[in-house]
Design a protein around this ligand. Sequence first.
Ligand code: ATP
Ligand code: MG
Length: 178
Amino acid sequence: MCSPGNEQNPRRLFLALWPEDAERRQLAELAARVAGRRRTPDANLHLTLVFLGATDPARLSAYEAALADFTPLTLELTLDRYGYWPQSRILWLGSSHTPPELYERMADLHQRLRSCGFVPERRAFQAHITLARNHPGPVPAEPLVTPIHWRINQVALVESRRQDRGSAYQVLRRWPAG
Ligand code: ATP
Ligand code: MG
């Protein structure tokens, strides 16, 4: 099922939870309030599950075959906390109670992709939505009084393209929840 691939035409890909319009609006409003000048463009707000990186066409086909019967379960994620990573200067939004089903979904994805040569990251997964880059920190003083309840019913395959003004993302395909 998995072909070795070649180095032609690699695309920069990742699997993500991709907000629908309603959640994207809420996230954008929050980012506009707290994230400052370097905030993530509204259209780019997302939660990365698996960063696939530069992927050539053969490997992409292999990944798609490995994910052919992937059917994510619907899950609820409550975004109720900020975080800040000083090294990467990233301000993010996350959850104080990441549902176990999200880790199970990650494990399922990793297992499928491993069969195609994918090597998962070794550092622990921290579910987060980047609100701003090059942010001076610390996290906003304003408490997150109204958490965002995100009902997630799909996983998306997204391509990232470098542009003059940062990266632009395009959803290539979606796996809807069963
Ligand atoms: P830019 O790199 O232009 O500042 P970006 O980081 O949003 O913008 P990409 O680097 O293409 O764009 O990343 C796409 C997604 O994958 C982002 O959510 C990013 O955090 C994540 N990502 C990028 N590189 C890695 C990596 N090495 N390991 C894990 N996740 C990554
Ligand atoms: Mg990047």
